[in-house]
Design a protein around this ligand. Structure first.
Ligand code: COA
Length: 449
């Protein structure tokens, strides 16, 4: 094996580890457009979902079937009729929808049953369970248009889905629902996925779609200057949605966005729009920092905050490589546990990317900023500066006049941010007694305005 491979594989694998830990035990609702199946992507998507599930994520898979129903209608010489961006499901269309859903379920179950050696599915045993989890009601007559057997979600059987997930199975939901009188209704995949995600209070809702995400300027074509916006705060997404025309087809910008916004407002912290055309899109979105598509995120979940006991594992993981190479002084787990309230952190998508601790010496009206760390994958984007500001604010709130740091390698970073070098003798007595003269750390102080 080439040694270059070791140098690329090992850091890469380690960089994924925080995401694996964070997502374990979480619930993701993954909505796959029927177009993805029509484009021959089912095998690859099933492989990625199997991998995600094997890493401890509970998956609810909702499939769409728009092109498959249209194909059946075409074969029967019956027109596909839409209004208000929704299918009008007459008797023939209902028949076609039932046939298409049945066929797709078989195909999906078959894709998850493959276990051939030397394929990504080798050794995986994924149980896929589908059922009557959705109760529906008719859309009815809107603006004089009778939608017949087109329906809307009335209720989601949360307990039934949860129980199935807790048994380790993947739940498969078709865009079909039944009324309490046993009548079948054709639903939209997007509404079903959003309703299920809200009802379960899922951690993520992911739409695997024909569009690559939402561009920074959706009205202009994609270019280097107008890339996909990887992260849309909920309020920005809402404003954008209000400015867009009512969507009529899946390729309209507002089509998936409206569901992401609804999910976010309903308590699903993150919803994503990602392209099925990119191989491994799910893995790239879920296990890589910036992802590949657009994530609508409820920013009320403060990304810069004080740490709690639940963050200890994430902090240890973040600082450990810098302790190993000597940039940071080694700290024991119990020391971090004891001092956890002193730490501030920046978290992104549930993963801790930056931290710093403040140890006050009130008698000298100063405090030490320690363990300042930004994850190597997100350095140089201003997170270091942000966490420094937070520590300064905390110090000011405690009535301190300055903060200081001890460093052996990062002096220029601090000099650029208003710190000045002082002799170790400057340190408060209590800190001087702990100063490691062998490490020869330099001391930098910043006066707080
Ligand atoms: C130092 C550190 C916290 C900065 O975080 P960051 O998020 O990359 O910082 P910012 O994005 O706010 O600032 C980036 C700038 O700092 C510079 N910088 C990064 N590390 C530096 C270092 N060790 N020395 C000098 N400058 C540094 C970058 O070149 C960049 O400069 P530019 O703005 O002129 O392009 C981060 O690099 C880190 O975690 N390093 C390892 C741990 C460490 O050294 N901690 C301090 C222990 S006392």
């Amino acid at each position: 094996m080439s040694t270059v491979f070791n140098f690329t594989f090992v850091p890469w694998f380690r960089s994924v580890a925080p995401y694996i830990h964070t997502h374990r035990g979480k619930t993701f609702v993954v909505a796959v457009a029927g177009e993805a199946v029509a484009a021959g992507k089912l095998q690859a998507i099933a492989q990625d979902l199997a991998l995600i599930q094997s890493m401890g994520v509970k998956v609810v898979l909702v499939h769409g079937f728009r092109p498959q129903v249209n194909e059946q209608l075409k074969a029967k010489g019956h027109p596909a009729r839409y209004s208000h961006g929704m299918r009008i499901t007459d008797e023939v269309a209902l028949d076609c929808a039932q046939e298409a859903a049945g066929q797709l379920r078989y195909e999906i179950e078959a894709a998850f049953s493959m276990g051939l050696p030397n394929t990504p599915m080798a050794g995986s045993t994924i149980r896929v369970i589908s059922g009557n989890f959705i109760t529906a009601r008719p859309v009815g007559i809107v603006d004089g248009v009778d939608f017949r057997h087109s329906g809307l979600v009335r209720k989601v059987d949360v307990a039934g889905i949860r129980r199935t997930l807790d048994h380790g199975a993947m739940v498969l939901v078709s865009p079909f629902g039944f009324s309490p009188t046993g009548e079948a209704f054709n639903l939209t995949m997007e509404e079903v996925a959003t309703s299920v995600a809200i009802a379960l209070q899922a951690d993520k809702l992911v739409f695997l779609t024909e569009i690559p995400g939402i561009r920074v300027d959706p009205s202009a074509p994609e270019s280097d200057d107008n890339p996909i916006d990887t992260e849309l705060p909920l309020d920005t997404a809402e404003k954008l949605l209000a400015a867009l025309p009512n969507p009529q087809q899946p390729t309209d910008t507002a089509f998936y966005l409206q569901h992401c916004v609804k999910a976010c407002k309903g308590g699903v912290e993150r919803s994503h729009i990602i392209p099925f055309a990119t191989d491994g899109a799910l893995l790239l979105e879920i296990y890589v920092h910036d992802g590949i598509g657009t994530m609508v995120i409820d920013e009320k979940l403060e990304s810069l905050r004080e740490a709690t006991a639940e963050d200890i594992g994430g902090i240890l993981q973040l600082i450990e490589p810098f302790e190993r190479d000597g940039t940071l002084v080694r700290r024991e787990r119990n020391e971090i546990e004891r001092d956890i309230a002193n730490y501030s952190i920046i978290e992104h998508d549930g993963v801790i990317f930056a931290c710093a601790a403040l140890y006050p010496y009130p008698e000298a009206r100063t405090g030490e900023m320690a363990a300042l760390t930004v994850s190597p994958q997100s350095q140089g984007q201003g997170d270091g500066e942000k966490i420094l500001k937070r520590v300064e604010q905390r110090a000011k709130a405690m009535g301190l006049d300055s903060i200081f740091v001890l460093t052996t390698r990062t002096m220029h970073w601090f000099l650029k941010r208003g710190f000045v070098q002082v002799e170790p003798d400057w340190l408060p007595d209590a800190r001087k007694r702990k100063y490691n003269w062998d490490r020869k750390s330099m001391v930098f102080v910043k006066k707080l305005a």
